[in-house]
Every structure is written in C-alpha cells, then in structure tokens.
Design a protein around this ligand. Structure first.
Ligand code: BDR
Ligand code: CA
Length: 323
C-alpha cells in the first residue's frame, strides 16, 4: 500500500480523488491538506470535510494557504487574471464547483495548518510518502521552501496540472498552474520524482455519460454522489468547455489516483525537461517542454494521454468493491 497525502482545492473532481484514494485497497490516505483554488479556502476545506464524512472515514484534514505566493501582487497583469476563471454562465466560476449538496460537516479541520503538517509528517515518517497535489501548488511550495530536507522522505509528487496541447485557464495555461505559477516552478525544481498529470491526459481520459447509470445502479450514497458529480460536470463541459465530443467530462484529479492504482492508465508518459513559464504576460504558467533531440536533462515525467476505458474501469472497480 502506498502512503499518500492529498492536497486539494475541493471542487467536484477533488472530491472524487479523495473518495477513490480513501476506498482503494492499494492506497493508505494518511491525511488531506486543503488549499485555495476552485473556491476560497474556507469553502474548499468545508467541502473536503463534507466528503470525508460522506465516505465515513476519519481522515485528518489540515487547512492550508488562502491564496497564491506572489501572483496576486503583480501590478502589470490585469487584476481579473489573478481571479478565478471568468464567469462562464449565470452561476459564474462556481458553476464548476458549486456548493456541495451534502450535510454541513460535524468535524472540523485539525488545529495545525497544512504546511506545518506536511513538514512535521515528512520529517518524522518511517516510510516514504507520495504527495498528490491537485490544486494550486502553494502549500507544497511553501513546505519545500521552509524545509527543503523533506524531499528525502517524498516517494514521488503526482501533480494534476499543466498541459501541452490542452489549456483551460488562459490560452496556454491550466488552472492549477496559472493560479500559482511560482509555486509550480518551485515544485518543478525540487530534486524528487515528479509526475505531471496534464490536461492532455485528463481530457483524453474523459468519462462518457454511460458511467452515470453504473454509479446510480450501485444504490449507495457514494455512487449517487459520483453520478451527480458526473451529471454536473458533463453539463458544465457541454456548455462552457466542449471537448472532442459531447456528453463527456474529464475527472482531472481522480486520474492522479488512478495512476497510483495502475500506472498504465497514463498511456503516454514521457521523461522530459520541463520548465514553467514565469514571464509576466499571456504565457505565464505555460508548460515549456524541451522538444529538441539534444534536450536538456529530463527532470519530469509528463503524461501526454490517458486511457479512458482503463480509467473508467479503475473508478468503477473501486466504487463497486467499496460497497
Ligand atoms: C484543475 O483545476 C480545478 O478546477 C480542478 O479541480 C483541477 O484540479 C483542472 O484544471
Ligand atoms: Ca483540484
């Protein structure tokens, strides 16, 4: 069993990552840290607590950073660029990650913050831990700045972020990276194995509407939650970010967990030299990959594609076996 800490900005796909990690027999989810991103930190933390109560798992939740490291201080970029993606429809940016239709959480977050928890845990653990950040990388970057020694106990960092031919926040940027590009570059420069699950992978592994029926037929609260999440995500993607075909939706963050269960779900994983653009302009947060045949020394594993059928099968197996 792989020990992991999930770092989330709980929205709908973060929720599915928490559920899969908690229910999978291959993963020991020892803690969840929350970060700003899809929504502000109090909401992402509340959503995370709601999900841990939905699956009835007493997984500790640690509240983290409420904003980016420095991105919001720029004066030379239009302020709206530092905000959540532009309103896409009447519900605005929360359309993607609206308020969860779950009971108010009874539990509260732990009394130490996310960054302190990451440093304490990584300094005292007896076995290596995999970090799985699926939101802006602010918590992880600050932990690496305060305690660079923690890389010794990190097995791998599996990040949902970036994109080569796919983007969603700016013309060339993906939301988690564009939200805190400096944090992403700090993680990118860390001397530890990093696997980037990009939009090129999550979009190709998008799940079709057929999976809604399967989830409903489980007749469980978790299955119903998954079904509702898929309905909402397909609605939003059809309306605001139509992909290759209608009635499909990427479940970005869950693909990181699927990779931990079966790495072959990332069916085009390349070892490349990655740099993250920090130029102050339209390219900020873009993935700069050295495509020369005499490229710079590879420093990252980057997923260029995801196997949709394998991904769907992994998700359904975990949900079925958790009954
Ligand atoms: C990423 O941004 C967020 O909206 C999702 O939760 C995911 O982590 C996709 O670009
Ligand atoms: Ca996320």
């Amino acid at each position: 069993m792989r020990k992991i800490i999930l770092d989330v900005d709980t929205g709908t796909d973060d929720a599915t990552a928490i559920i899969l990690a908690a229910l999978s027999k291959d993963i020991d989810l020892i803690g969840v840290t929350t970060v700003w991103g899809n929504r502000e930190i109090d909401i992402t933390t509340k959503h995370t607590l709601m999900v841990t109560e939905l699956i009835d798992r007493d997984i500790p939740v640690y509240k983290g950073c409420s904003g980016p490291m420095v991105r919001h201080l720029y004066r030379d970029l239009p302020p709206e660029k530092a905000e959540l993606p532009e309103p896409f429809d009447e519900k605005g940016p929360v359309a993607y990650h609206g308020d969860f239709n779950l009971p108010e959480p009874k539990r509260v977050a732990e009394d130490i913050d996310a960054v302190t928890y990451l440093i304490k845990t990584l300094r005292t653990t007896k076995e290596k831990i995999t970090l799985v950040p699926v939101g802006p990388l602010t918590n992880i970057a600050l932990a690496l700045i305060i305690a660079p020694d923690i890389v010794e106990n990190i097995e791998e960092i599996v990040i949902m972020g970036g994109g080569m031919t796919q983007s969603n926040a700016t013309t060339v940027g993906e939301s988690n990276i564009v939200n805190d590009p400096e944090a992403a570059q700090i993680v990118n420069l860390a001397n530890v194995k990093k696997t980037w699950v990009t939009l090129d992978a999550t979009h190709t592994a998008s799940l079709p509407a057929e999976y809604i029926e399967f989830c409903k037929n489980l007749h469980t609260t978790i299955g119903d939650f998954f079904a509702d999440m898929l309905v909402e995500r397909i609605r939003v993607y059809n309306k605001m970010q139509p992909l290759f075909v209608k009635d499909i939706a990427p479940i970005h963050d869950a693909l990181c967990i699927a990779y931990l269960i079966d790495p072959s779900v990332l069916d085009d994983l390349r070892h490349v030299h990655l740099d993250i653009c920090l130029d102050r302009g339209p390219g900020i947060g873009a993935f700069l990959i050295d495509n020369r045949h005499f490229s710079l020394k590879p420093n990252a594993y980057v997923a260029y594609s995801g196997d949709r059928d394998k991904f769907g099968q992994i998700v359904m197996d975990v949900l079925k076996n958790s009954q």
